[in-house]
Design a protein around this ligand. Structure first.
Ligand SMILES: Cc1ncc(COP(=O)(O)O)c(C=O)c1O
Length: 373
């Protein structure tokens, strides 16, 4: 690995890639000049939070109890003390749950558009933050465009963050949008080829099935990344400070974002029809409706125990689903948030970013429906 990553200068070989043109095909607000492109969504979170920490002495941040963990780690590393608000089993947030936690020390609130579905009460949460004079961070890591009620997702927050890796299916990529002019745009460093090449290698491995589900990514990245459950990737060579690679820019430039968004919606509807027809009892579609212009990242399904089902499915070579966010960040106590805990224990997802055949989905449904427990 050492030889591969240090010998092949993938970034240098793409030296002629146009640094600006790649932005043109992206959705609002990413096409805005208040956008900084980063190597990952977590880099955008950290850099945005750090910029906020420089303009307020307040040190508490309110985060959703249902989180992937990277939001929490970025907040801690940016110098904030995380506190958590309730998220219900339908992944919805009541702004009152946030309001009761606001104190003199509250600097910011983060809210997430889970799985790319617009958070229903996002406008009210943004208004609450404005009223309380606290910064609002809109986590759009799962989003790929979308403008419910005419406001592009990512325009509500003082800052918003995106994970282009997820949105566009590329090896890495993130973005920070600083909608609030008071928040300064952070500088980023160009990622070294060692980091870009490793990510590309992993990307190809997963895409082509050379790497099997459950593979420990951090082990593979050990040339450039220290082992930790959460936090920056490639932290030995720049971590949270890394900007977008030339490789990712070249891939974004050739992406057909509109078609990707349509395919996500179409796949979601097709999976839903399969579930409606099969009417299973032990594996259920979480949301039974989808807006015509919604652009989800995943099709969420509810089972009794996602980790156990996943192991059984893999043993039986049914490798299309994955448990979603089953791990807790140590800063958040599962016992205090039973609904988030239930979500962490029971949710699995099917990707809608690429096509899974009807037959494969039926195999999954039949397997879970007929499994012993
Ligand atoms: C809600 C949310 N925010 C932020 C991130 C960070 O994105 P990335 O994996 O691109 O660092 C993730 C994924 O890890 C996420 O699920």
């Amino acid at each position: 690995m050492e030889r591969f990553s240090s010998n092949y200068d993938i970034e240098g070989s793409l030296g002629a890639a146009d640094p600006i043109r790649f932005i043109r095909g992206l959705w609002e607000p990413l096409s805005d000049d208040r956008t900084v492109f980063t190597m990952y969504g977590r880099n955008a979170l950290y850099l945005g939070m750090k910029s906020i920490s420089l303009i307020t002495p307040k040190r508490e941040i309110l985060l959703p109890s249902y989180s992937c963990g990277e939001e929490i780690q970025a907040a801690i590393e940016a110098g904030f003390i995380p506190r958590f608000y309730r998220v219900n089993f339908m992944m919805e947030v009541d702004p009152k749950e946030i309001e009761v936690l606001v104190t003199e020390a509250t600097a910011a609130v983060l809210a997430t558009h889970y799985l790319g579905f617009p958070l229903k009460r996002i406008g009210e949460i943004a208004a609450l933050c404005k009223k309380e004079k606290i910064y609002f961070i809109e986590d759009c890591a799962h989003c790929c465009g979308g403008s419910p009620e005419g406001t592009p997702l990512g325009s509500y927050g003082d800052i918003s963050v995106f994970s282009l890796k997820k949105a566009l299916g590329i090896p890495h990529g993130g973005a920070l949008v600083a909608n609030n002019q008071k928040i300064s745009l952070p500088a980023t460093a160009e990622p070294p080829s060692s980091a870009t090449a490793l990510d590309f290698f992993l990307f190809l491995g997963f895409r082509n099935g050379w790497i099997k589900p459950g593979f420990d990514i951090r082990k593979m990245l050990s040339d450039t990344t220290t082992e930790a459950a959460f936090g920056a990737l490639h932290d030995k060579v720049g971590g949270y400070g890394l900007g977008l690679s030339r490789l990712a820019k070249a891939m974004i430039e050739s992406a057909d974002v509109k078609s990707l968004a349509i395919a996500r919606n179409d796949n979601y509807k097709r999976y839903l029809r399969i579930f409606e027809k099969a009417k299973p009892n032990r594996i259920k579609a979480m949301f039974t409706e989808i807006d015509t212009d919604a652009c989800p990242l995943f099709f969420p399904i509810v089972v009794d125990d996602s980790e156990r089902k996943h192991r059984l499915l893999i043993e039986n070579k049914i490798c299309i689903s994955q448990p979603f966010w089953s791990h807790w960040h140590p800063a958040c106590d599962p016992a205090a948030y039973p609904e988030a805990n239930e979500l962490k224990r029971r949710l699995m997802v099917l990707p809608v970013t690429h096509r899974i055949s009807d037959t494969q989905i039926m195999r999954l449904i039949e397997f879970v429906e007929n499994s012993d427990s």
